[in-house]
Design a protein around this ligand. Structure first.
Ligand code: GDP
Length: 444
């Protein structure tokens, strides 16, 4: 069962109960049973489910609830708290410090998403002002260095690796030494995986650890691993040890409960979860936010953090909007901001209205459309960009020129200008409202 389905089922069980008119002990027991069944089907370890059941029942203690108390709230809170407890390791995860080298080593089986997650994490810290880089110590898998190189280049992250050196320990040491000298702050070391846990793999990991002395070791676990997650993470913990976990492919069709159970088995915090193949598909894992999202309560804090990390420049547009103005350039800036936010389908889930705008297109079509709109704007002159768009209706030849210059059609240019006119009209209407909103937010 996919995590979202799990959330939906738990949510439905709690809502059914709290909506029903006779909230008696029998109905309460049925709800607890349904929640536990859903968790077991999602591969959460059966012992953990049993202790969650006991804890909810103890917290609510239906028989002794005073008549006046709001039973619904007590039940909702107990379920929420116990789910949070399920994913809470009670151990603080490592966080890098600015101004010094922080070496982070990745371990995990082949195919778990290690290399992808290394780059995502390097990018994540880079976006938050850390000078980040990657070291490829996977000399076992042919093509591993090429893959890391490609990912790193795309994300504009410096990397180190070797096509000729076959000793992973030497590559790791050389890479880390080089980047330490160059005063990098987050140095991420990707190591090789194997298809199975085997002595060779663990020996290699220990040797690399001794060579680079990581400040943190992160184990990467594929969400689809199911019940084996516990044994696998214990084996890694016993040999190499690790201080944090990243669970990948939480967007996939597999049950994530097994991987979640690994937290309890090893008392190790999940620090991030991978939510897709794109570079930006990495979310910080926090027990409360994760459970809120699972239960459909939204994750506003997560969204705000994500948008802030992108360092979008909104100042001019905000100022313009306050004045009731919206130029073609403002539209261009907004389009490119949307592109920076990551896969459109994900953002659409967080921001109401965005999915309507893209008219049911998939990510690829949607971003292609946005990109073409940006090309159109980039073929305009400064005068055109800073205008209210009327210059185009006055002199339609400008549209033909822009269409040629951007490799699009006159029809697409017209569509963009129509979209702009609509937004400029809205800006005019919002004039007073925006100014007040900005004062409240301290933008101006
Ligand atoms: P490694 O062998 O552990 O280094 O694994 P890779 O980084 O090569 O990843 C294996 C595959 O999983 C690749 O096709 C990745 O694109 C994919 N992958 C990694 N993380 C995620 C994720 O969070 N979601 C999805 N859908 N795919 C992922």
């Amino acid at each position: 069962m996919v995590l979202q389905d799990l959330g939906r089922r738990i949510n439905a069980a709690v809502s059914d109960l709290t909506r029903s008119s006779n909230l008696d002990e029998k109905a309460f027991d049925a709800m607890v049973k349904e929640i536990c069944n859903a968790l077991v089907e999602a591969d959460v370890n059966i012992k953990l489910v049993a202790s969650l059941r006991t804890a909810i029942k103890r917290k609510v203690n239906f028989k002794e609830l005073a008549p006046g108390v709001n039973k619904k709230r007590v039940i909702q809170k107990a379920v929420y708290d116990e789910l949070v407890e399920l994913v809470n390791p009670h151990d603080k995860a490592f966080t890098p410090k600015k101004g010094k080298p922080n070496v982070i080593m990745f371990v995990g089986l082949q195919g778990s998403g290690k290399t992808t997650s290394c780059t995502k994490l390097a990018r994540w810290y880079q976006a938050r002002g850390f000078k980040s880089c990657l070291v490829c110590a996977d000399t076992f898998r042919a093509g591993a260095f090429d893959q890391l190189k490609q990912n790193a280049t795309k994300a504009k992250i410096p990397y180190y690796g070797s096509l000729t050196q076959t000793d992973p320990v030497a590559v790791a040491r050389e890479g880390v030494d080089k980047f330490k000298k160059e005063r990098f702050e987050v140095i991420i070391v990707d190591t090789s995986g194997r298809h199975r846990q085997e002595a060779d793999l663990f020996n290699e990991m220990v040797q690399i650890q001794e060579a680079v002395k990581p400040d943190d070791t992160i184990m990467v676990l594929d969400a689809s691993i199911g019940q084996q997650a516990e044994a696998q993470s214990r084996a890694f913990k016993d040999s190499a040890g690790f201080g944090s976990i990243i669970i990948t492919k939480t967007d996939g069709a597999a049950a994530g409960g097994g991987a979640i159970s690994a937290v309890a088995a090893t008392r190790t915090p999940i620090v991030f979860i991978g939510t897709g193949e794109h570079m930006l598909d990495l979310e910080r894992f926090q027990p409360q936010a994760f459970i809120s999202k699972l239960l459909g309560m939204g994750d506003m804090a997560g969204l705000v953090e994500h948008v802030q990390s992108l360092k979008l420049d909104q100042k001019d547009t905000m100022k313009h909007l306050a004045e009731g103005v919206f130029t073609v350039r403002d539209l261009r800036d907004q389009l490119s901001n949307i592109m920076k936010m990551g896969p459109l389908s994900k953002m659409a889930g967080m921001i109401p209205g965005l999915s309507n705008m893209m008219g049911g297109m998939d990510d690829e079509e949607g971003s292609l459309k946005l990109r073409r709109m940006i090309y159109i704007c980039d073929s305009m002159t400064d005068k055109e960009l800073d205008s209210d768009g009327k210059v185009f209706t006055d002199q339609p030849a400008r549209m033909t020129r822009v269409a040629h210059g951007s490799g699009t059609s006159v029809r697409e240019v017209e569509d963009l200008l129509t979209q702009h006119r609509m937004m400029a009209g809205m800006a005019k209407k919002m004039k007073g409202g925006m100014a007040n909103m900005q004062k409240a937010q301290g933008v101006m």
